[in-house]
Design a protein around this ligand. Structure first.
Ligand code: SAH
Ligand code: AVI
Length: 357
């Protein structure tokens, strides 16, 4: 999936297709977001193969379904990364140093961030950034109770778009650390990931760093069930996307006429999530009609799996050097501390000599 930010269509034309009558002169933020979603969905359904960006999974129900996924036996990623963080949090916090500001794009439940916050010395603030606004507010409220000494500064935003202004903590930070756990980086193509990491490098600034978690390439015996669990939670998560488009865009997807499928694309080193049309059918979205053939696939997500060296090379293309790299005891998941390449000599973030692998 690529080029989602490049909208060529007229927003005004699309606004008339929204179910409640469009944005008009006094558009609310909600209207603008829905309009963008409508543009993205129409553009994505016009492609071959048809695609919808995975960021639209995360309405409030989608966020809760994702949380349920993270507790599944088959979904090893969260368990492995949590174990890694529990084992290495003190060391990671030592590398980051005191007085840091932690910014987390796509913060979700902020579960692993709690492990980091517990280990950090005197963090000046935590900025969780998430597109799922209502869920973000609930998580932020919980964090304020748990961490009364840490300013919690949530930002409801799409991190793939330029962020206008990040909330400022009351005290100036010694450095900014962009924390990007959960293998969310894996949901972007390499070109998109390079752009995103470049943006994160700029956000962290010269003395800062990017702490990123990514999933390691492994056998299909482990990968396939992780994205197609026995209880069908991942299938519900995938299909909820269509329910959301029906509810928010007035689309008429028949949820019984699409089936969840999650193949491994070996050539691209990624898991993929598809919704397969079980029959030939037409679907209406925003005044447009889209034909699906029997067996036709709607691509809803890529989830790239990396070898540590391949990820370090991707980071290098974004001007970031891997200073440190940690792997969980099971060898399933990896977290790397990336610093701007010109700081790789040893001054940034109080970080000592490079050690990747
Ligand atoms: N970082 C958390 C959550 C990972 S799930 C963890 O590791 O557990 C991915 C999260 O990113 C979800 O909460 C989703 O709402 C959010 N997200 C996905 N795409 C986004 C985007 N473009 N902008 C902002 N948030 C996004
Ligand atoms: C959020 N993201 C990293 C998850 C992943 O594994 O790619 C989303 C997910 N899709 C299916 N299960 C979980």
């Amino acid at each position: 999936m690529s080029g989602w930010a490049d909208r060529t269509s007229s927003s005004r034309a699309f606004s008339e297709m929204l179910p409640t009558g469009g944005v008009g002169g006094a558009a609310s933020h909600g209207d603008e977001s829905r309009l963008e979603m409508l543009e993205d969905v129409i553009e994505g359904l016009s492609r071959t193969p048809k695609m919808i960006p995975p960021k639209y999974f995360y309405d409030e129900k989608g966020s809760r379904l994702f949380d349920e996924i993270t507790r599944l036996d088959e979904y090893y990623l969260t368990r492995a990364e949590t174990a890694l963080m529990e084992e290495h949090a003190r060391e990671i916090a030592g590398e980051i140093g005191p007085g840091a500001l932690i910014i987390e794009p796509g913060s979700g439940s902020s579960a692993k961030t709690r492990i980091l916050l517990d280990a950090l010395i005197d963090p000046v603030g935590y900025v969780p950034v998430d597109i799922s606004g209502a869920y973000l507010e609930q998580v932020a409220a919980g964090l304020r109770l748990e961490y009364p000494a840490v300013p919690i500064l949530p930002l409801a935003a799409d991190f793939t778009e330029p962020l206008d202004a990040l909330p400022e903590p009351p005290r100036p930070p010694t450095r900014r650390i962009v924390y990007f756990p959960g293998s969310t980086i894996g949901n972007f193509t390499e070109l998109e990931a390079e752009r995103l990491l470049t943006r994160m490098r700029r956000m962290a600034g010269a003395g800062g760093g990017v702490l990123v978690g990514f999933d390691l390439l492994k056998s299909v015996e482990v990968l396939l069930p992780a994205y197609d669990d026995a209880a069908g939670v991942t299938a519900r998560f995938n299909l909820n996307l269509l329910a959301r488009l029906n509810a928010e865009l007035g689309a008429d997807f028949d949820l019984c006429a699409f089936r969840h499928q999650a193949p491994f694309n070996e050539a691209a080193s990624r898991m993929e999530m598809h919704l397969v049309s079980v029959r030939s059918q037409e679907v209406r979205v925003g005044g447009r009609t889209f034909a699906f053939g029997e067996g036709e696939r709607l691509v809803t997500e890529y989830s790239y799996k990396y070898a540590p060296e391949a990820f370090a090379a991707l980071a290098a293309s974004a001007g970031l050097a891997a200073r440190r790299s940690w792997t969980d005891a099971g060898g399933l998941f990896c977290v790397q501390l990336l610093v701007p390449e010109d700081a790789a000599g040893g001054t940034a973030g109080g970080v000592p000599s490079p050690a990747v692998g």
